[in-house]
Design a protein around this ligand. Structure first.
Ligand code: PNS
Length: 163
């Protein structure tokens, strides 16, 4: 059974992330969403909030082979600890590609049995990113088509309160 880790900042988890996760759940035995806890890089949403958003989305979508945990330090070390086979990443196009290719190469150097599997974003999610959700939400725009429905109100309220 292939165990796959889906790492990221998820600040916050978007419908694009959920789409990648759901498609990976159909391909792999187990998918663990690994939320980066980086004390030196600030995120808008706290680690606990980011985890709660993902867990709520997983439950609402009925993804029984998915879970969410926090990780810090090197992803390669987390992969070893988890005895995971592959890293899952989603890409939206050429801009994401260079970064993902470099990360995949370095992760393989640090942990040679680790494969990176990349899924292309579905066309309806090509323009969706966490940073755009934060910007649109802060300015009072509708984030309804950008984040999972179960988290919409909470995310919108938190972002609006920041303005
Ligand atoms: O959603 P993001 O911010 O693009 O995710 C980036 C992430 C968390 C996957 C990447 O920064 C990462 O793996 N960080 C952990 C530290 C690490 O292993 N760095 C070397 C990567 S080759």
């Amino acid at each position: 059974m292939t165990k796959c880790v889906y790492p990221g900042s998820f600040d916050p988890f978007t419908l694009g992330h959920l789409d990648i996760l759901a498609r990976a759940c159909a391909l792999f035995g187990e998918v663990k969403v690994a939320v980066l806890h980086n004390a030196r890089k600030s995120s808008f949403f706290a680690l606990d909030e980011r985890l709660a958003f993902i867990r709520r989305a997983i439950q609402a979508k009925g993804l029984n082979n998915a879970s969410a945990v926090a990780f810090e330090g090197l992803l390669a070390d987390f992969m070893k600890l988890e005895r995971a086979d592959c890293v899952l990443r989603g890409i939206r196009g050429a801009i994401d590609y260079e970064y993902e290719a470099a990360m995949a190469a370095l992760n393989k150097r640090l942990y040679p049995i680790c494969e990176t599997v990349v899924l292309m974003a579905s066309p309806e999610h090509i323009a969706v990113s966490s940073s755009m959700v934060r910007e649109i939400g802060r300015l009072g725009g509708d984030i309804g088509s950008l984040v999972p429905e179960v988290n919409r109100e909470t995310i919108a309220e938190r972002l609006l309160a920041d303005e």
